[in-house]
Design a protein around this ligand. Structure first.
Ligand SMILES: [Zn+2]
Length: 274
């Protein structure tokens, strides 16, 4: 998150405090939302390319460029062609975290088969209590969800005592997610400062996105990251956004058009993603 320090009139400040009293929202939230509305930053919209079910079936060819994704969000996650690593999208940069542990800022021309992005504008901010596992962490996040039936984006900034991530390794296009997960690299970090970016997807959307929490991580120094498997910390700063506008770009590639997508990918995703 960026910090903004400005001078405003007493009357605006009074109005801000009135709104805060009325709604219980933080001033940061009220100002962020007002700015996003005024500057026409499309917030509250989740933009997704392809589906989790297609990924499970190995639809991992060239579907969307980073240039196009950039138009739809500055925050999110995904993967690259042929499962060539994890995508972590933060503050408008599309990082590629490869199976060999290297991390690069992907160029506009890089291609992805699947991605989920949004213009992140948190509508609540709060501090985490200490947590000793990913289950503990998502329990605290779940407590902030109003419903099982909306999409949510979450950003967590902090220093993590332990962190376990994975990165999928490049496969021939067409290999299923299960095959990619079998050859994934797992990383263990200690005392690492950075940012988690994640989404919560309702169970009813299980063929489209990854149901439940799906979280990626990137360290502040951009040298550590991946798909989050476990973590512990003494706290953390959370930004939380409700997303109630969901847009999906259906690929027109032969790989997608000919894939068998009628099944329930839940079991394959559970095995590959947790
Ligand atoms: Zn992931």
């Amino acid at each position: 998150m960026q910090k903004l320090k400005i001078r405003i009139s007493q009357s605006l400040m009074n109005a801000l405090h009135e709104e805060q009293k009325l709604t219980g929202e933080t001033i940061e939230h009220i100002v962020s939302r007002a700015l996003a509305d005024s500057l026409q930053v499309d917030h509250g919209t989740l933009f997704q390319v392809s589906t989790a079910g297609a990924l499970v079936e190995g639809v991992t060819g060239e579907i969307v460029s980073i240039r196009t994704l950039r138009e739809h969000g500055d925050f999110g996650l995904g993967t690259f062609v042929g499962f060539d690593g994890e995508m972590a999208v933060l503050d408008g940069h599309f990082f590629q975290i490869k199976g060999d542990g290297t991390i690069t800022d992907a160029p506009d021309e890089a291609m992805a088969p699947f991605a989920v992005v949004t213009h992140f504008v948190p509508d609540q901010s709060f501090a985490l209590d200490p947590f000793s596992s990913i289950a503990d962490l998502v329990g605290q996040l779940d407590a902030r969800r109003e419903s099982e039936n909306q999409f949510y984006a979450v950003r967590v900034d902090g220093t993590f005592k332990t962190m376990k991530t994975r990165a999928v390794c490049k496969q021939p296009v067409g290999q299923s997610l299960s095959n990619a997960a079998d050859s994934q690299a797992v990383f263990d970090f200690a005392d690492v400062t950075g940012t988690m970016m994640g989404f919560w997807t309702p169970a009813y959307a299980r063929t489209v996105n990854i149901a439940g929490w799906h979280i990626h991580f990137l360290s502040d120094d951009r040298t550590k990251g991946g798909h989050l498997l476990d973590c512990a910390a003494d706290g953390g700063a959370v930004g939380f956004q409700t997303l109630n506008d969901f847009r999906i770009a259906i690929p027109e590639t032969a790989g997608f058009l000919q894939a068998e997508l009628g099944g329930d990918p839940t079991a394959a995703i559970d095995k590959a993603e947790h």
